[in-house]
Design a protein around this ligand. Structure first.
Ligand code: TXD
Length: 308
């Protein structure tokens, strides 16, 4: 029995398999890939394991069409579900993915009652509610991946525009994972210097707009499927923060009970992420406009949750 942490990834498609790749290459622990497609998770796990001697990582990689091998997981990452097709909104995936995510969450939770669930499937914020209900886990042990991806897109566009290192750009994007997400220019800096020192408001507004539509831009280009390199990297950054108890402050979809004046839904906010999961939700001072945008974004999430 390995003493390494165990990460179980439910859904071994584009995001799940790429997440396994990032996790293994970072030696975060043993990885189990689960999917309904016969043989597919087993084949991908075996192939990834055969990269280990080349890349020099030590990790046990298992593929399964069931949940027994996931028993005792520290982190469960749910990526199972349908991705968007061109012209589809994330919301169009609600009914189908709610069934899939609910089934996966309950089966995985039964095998790993102390795990922390990271949800990736769309529509993300509503799927977090599905996973919390189906798993019966407390709010701190269910967290959604969207803000890190949206913030990464925003940071990447700024780095490209200014020709500066991505490492020096700090930023926050709040709200639901949809076109109403809330990038926060007032919390965007480059090595602590406000971004408006480097670029005009007009240029920044254009980057905010492109960030909001970042997922759709890739869906339109790929024609079949949606983004997976950055979403999976974001999910694994969360898993790393949890497994190494890094106490990172990251924008994640967290269950709110009054913070930001929001109640009973998951929405993207800054949180303290460590071994216990969401250890604290951080309430920022927002301008009236920023708070109104956050509430507008949250209203879209609530509409979906009410349809569940
Ligand atoms: O920021 C974010 N959170 C989003 C999330 C970023 C990009 C895409 N995001 C969503 O993740 C996307 O809209 C989908 O809802 C999920 C997964 O996207 P992915 O690109 O990985 O989709 P794939 O390649 O179709 O993989 C989905 C896998 C596929 O292999 C199915 O066989 C499997 O899910 N699947 C299941 N696995 C286990 N159990 C069940 N029931 C099941 N149903 C489907």
């Amino acid at each position: 029995m390995s003493a390494r942490p165990k990460i179980s990834i439910i859904g071994a498609g584009n995001i799940g398999a790429t997440a396994a790749h990032w996790a293994a290459s970072k030696e975060l622990g043993d990885v189990v890939l689960v999917d309904i497609a016969e043989g597919m998770p087993q084949g991908k796990a075996l192939d990834l394991f055969q990269a280990a001697p080349i890349e020099g990582f030590d990790a046990k990689l298992t593929g399964s069409n069931g949940y027994e091998e996931t028993a005792g997981s520290d982190v469960i990452i749910i990526t199972a579900g349908l991705p968007r097709k061109p012209g589809m909104s994330r919301d169009d995936l609600l009914a189908t993915n709610a069934k899939i995510v609910g089934d996966c969450a309950s089966k995985a939770a039964a095998q790993s009652p102390n795990a922390i669930i990271i949800v990736i499937s769309n529509p993300l914020d509503a799927m977090c509610t599905v996973a919390m209900r189906a798993s019966g886990f407390p709010k701190e042990r269910v967290v959604g991946m969207a803000g890190i991806l949206d913030t990464a897109r925003y940071r990447a566009f700024i780095a490209e525009a200014l020709n500066v290192s991505v490492e020096d750009i700090q930023a926050l994007v709040l709200g639901g994972h949809g076109d109403a997400m809330v990038p926060l220019p007032s919390y965007t800096s480059i090595s602590g210097i406000p971004v408006t020192h480097f670029m005009s408001q007009e240029k920044l507004d254009a980057i905010v707009d492109r960030t909001r539509k970042g997922g759709g831009e890739i869906v339109a280009l790929l024609k079949s499927g949606s983004a997976f390199y950055a979403p999976s990297a974001a999910g694994i950054q969360m898993a790393e923060a949890i497994l190494k108890d890094k106490q990172r402050i990251l924008p994640c979809a967290c269950y709110l009970e009054g913070e930001y004046g929001l109640e009973g839904i998951f929405v993207g906010v800054p949180c303290l992420l460590g071994r216990k999961g969401v250890e604290k939700v951080i309430e920022l001072k927002l301008s009236e406009k920023e708070l109104a945008e956050l509430h507008e974004s949250a209203a879209g999430v609530k509409e979906l949750v009410d349809k569940l």
